[in-house]
Design a protein around this ligand. Structure first.
Ligand code: G6P
Length: 600
């Protein structure tokens, strides 16, 4: 997704803009550009392709103020003309989001004599600001924003004036010494400052080297809190791993530990959440839950369904957010939105739809201050730390961690799960971090297995009940980063269609941890073996039977059946990672994908 940076200070702006843009690369982009004030004139350098190429072609520039952008195409092809910044006269604009009435604006501005050189919606905004400009950039920006419909995070440069604004798209302001910053997220500027202001919707910031003034859309000045970021840049860098994804897979024991920290007491069997805002009575009265999410978060939500239904007997619907919005029936009385970024446009739109039905809303997210957190009644943070790899790993596991706690807590209040059972579950939950470390210590065996199957064209992942969402997640990870066609299936469903595709060149990863329907899973494995498919089983370390039916076994430590999906997840992540590595794929930035998708 697009990234924004802005700088106004006393240092060389170009160096800071390029350095910060590189830190936004992980969001996914197809073109990049900067605009700087060089000797009283705005100069723009932009092109399709990587930031390193943009940097290579830059001339010597002396400037202390500028804006920069990484673009992920939404309106118009990825090319130089469509790359940001866009200019109109002396005004340069970078923009994330979508201006929905841009065709109307384009007609209006064309009639006024403005000439469009790109296919983007953003160019209309640049001309509109120019149209309103009367020696005060903020006034012009506010007038222009009043005319547009849609979502935006923008940084606008005119001479040495720098202005930022947001609506439905993330933007932060970094406060430094004699220098201030604008960015779409924290890692971009963490090297320069830890002091951050989260801009809210319909707020406008005027950024000079020694002052940041923030106004509402009616130009009334407002006071904002300056937050201090307590995590390090190192946490947002690779720390010696080949890829962020591998680093983040290794961070999972820590992430899960943080997810549970302060929330569980296994001795008393207590679970507490600080941001839940639901009384015990309200929880007892919940008769139906709707979970809304996209991508990996949807897979976590599906596991949530199995968990809630098992532990609380509450009926749960899990909906793909982009579909939920158009459903015609009302959601459950509690709607849980799951989103690692807290910015996914589809999830936000679905959430707003749910709110129109008067439901209680709860967000499970990783990003403090993200848009979703400001729109819900309650928030539970996953506390995974920053995740840079586009393919979500530790955020998924932490979401799952929250769902275990939440479903157990609800189950206790509903009287479905006994105190003793909860205590045992909490003890087992706490052991998971150490058990994940054991899998990580033995990752070479997973690499060996993955490399053997890396040439495959199609791979199936199968599982039943609690393991089915992990089959989906394994397939999603593999297709995202290795570009192999992969399918996740409920193992019992294979015989109703996909079995026709199974042959001796179709590896099947079977998640076969021990549980109440283990025997049925073994039958499903036999069905694919009968079609000569090579089968890799993910199985309990104490299972001495499974090797009779499969070609390769990857062992996971023994735990409760309902908790084993956590351990199987780590295996499918590593398997996908090593397949992709063997195929020399750009693991952290898969083609066509973005970390945070802020368009519907
Ligand atoms: C994008 C990412 C996925 C992610 C999905 C939902 O498509 O590439 O990895 O699962 O968005 O993101 P969210 O931030 O809402 O969890």
């Amino acid at each position: 997704m697009c990234g924004i940076i802005g700088y106004n200070g006393i240092r060389q702006a170009t160096n800071i803009l390029i350095d910060s843009l590189k830190r936004l690369e992980y969001r996914g982009y197809d073109s990049a550009g900067i605009a700087v004030l060089n000797n009283k004139a705005i100069e723009v350098y932009k092109d399709k392709g990587r930031i390193i190429e943009l940097e290579r072609d830059l001339p010597e520039i002396i400037s202390t103020v500028g804006i920069g952008h990484t673009r992920w195409a939404t309106h118009g092809k990825p090319n130089k003309a469509n790359a940001h910044p866009h200019t109109s006269g002396d005004i340069a604009v970078v923009h994330n989001g979508i201006i929905e009435n841009y065709e109307h604006l384009r007609d209006r501005l064309t009639q006024l004599g403005y000439v469009f050189v790109s296919e983007t919606d953003t160019e209309a905004l640049a001309h509109l600001i120019n149209h309103y400009y009367r020696n005060n950039l903020m006034d012009a920006v506010v007038s222009a924003l009043n005319d547009i419909k849609g979502s935006y995070a923008i940084a606008v440069l005119c001479g040495s004036e720098l202005v930022a604004a947001r609506k439905d798209s993330p933007l932060i302001i970094g406060i430094g010494d004699n220098e201030n910053f604008i960015a779409s997220d924290i890692p971009a500027i963490l090297k320069y400052t830890r002091n951050i202001i989260y801009l809210d919707d319909m707020e406008v910031a005027c950024v000079t080297p020694d002052c940041v003034s923030i106004f509402d859309i009616n130009k009334r000045q407002i006071e904002k809190t300056v937050n201090t970021i307590d995590w390090d840049l190192e946490a947002a860098e690779k720390s010696g791993y080949d890829h962020f994804m591998l680093k983040e897979i290794h961070e999972q024991p820590r992430a899960l530990h943080e997810t549970f920290a302060g929330r569980i007491s296994e001795l008393e069997g207590n679970i507490t959440f600080d941001g839940l805002n639901l009384t015990e009575e309200e929880i007892r009265s919940i008769s139906r839950i709707s979970i809304i999410a996209c991508g990996t978060s949807f897979n976590a939500g599906l596991l949530g369904k199995y968990l809630f239904e098992y532990m609380t007997h509450i009926h749960v619907d899990v909906e793909i957010a982009s579909e939920f919005r158009y459903a015609h029936s009302s959601p459950g009385s509690l709607v849980i939105a799951i989103s690692q970024s807290g910015e996914t446009a589809d999830t936000l739109a679905a959430l707003r739809e749910a709110k129109s039905f008067g439901c209680r809303t709860l967000a499970i997210t990783n990003v403090v201050g993200s848009t979703i957190t400001r729109e819900v009644d309650s928030v539970i943070y996953t506390r995974s730390g920053p995740e840079i790899g586009v393919a979500a790993t530790k955020t998924f596991l932490s979401q799952v961690g929250v769902l275990y706690l939440l479903s157990l807590y609800f189950g206790k209040l509903k009287g479905i799960i006994s105190s003793d059972r909860i205590k045992l579950m909490l003890v087992s939950l706490k052991k998971l971090s150490a058990q994940i470390r054991r899998i990580l210590d033995d990752k070479e065996s997973i690499r060996y297995c993955a490399e053997a199957f890396a040439p495959a064209n199609d791979v199936f992942f199968i599982g039943r009940t609690f393991n089915y969402p992990i089959a989906l997640e394994g397939a999603l990870k593999l297709k995202e980063i290795s570009y192999i066609h992969a399918e996740g299936y409920a193992a019992g469903e294979l015989k109703h269609g996909p079995l026709a595709l199974i042959a001796n060149n179709t590896p099947v990863v079977a998640i076969a941890t021990r549980g109440p329907i283990y025997d049925k899973m073994v039958n499903n494995i036999k069905e694919v073996k009968a079609r000569e498919a090579p089968v890799i089983a993910i199985a309990d370390e104490k299972d001495s039977e499974i090797e009779k039916y499969v070609d390769t076994v990857i062992r996971v430590p023994s735990t409760e059946y309902v908790l084993s999906p956590v351990l199987s997840t780590v295996v499918v992540q590593l398997f996908s990672y090593y397949v992709a590595k063997s195929r020399k794929c750009p693991i952290d930035q898969p083609r066509n994908l973005a970390k945070s998708v802020t368009v519907e």
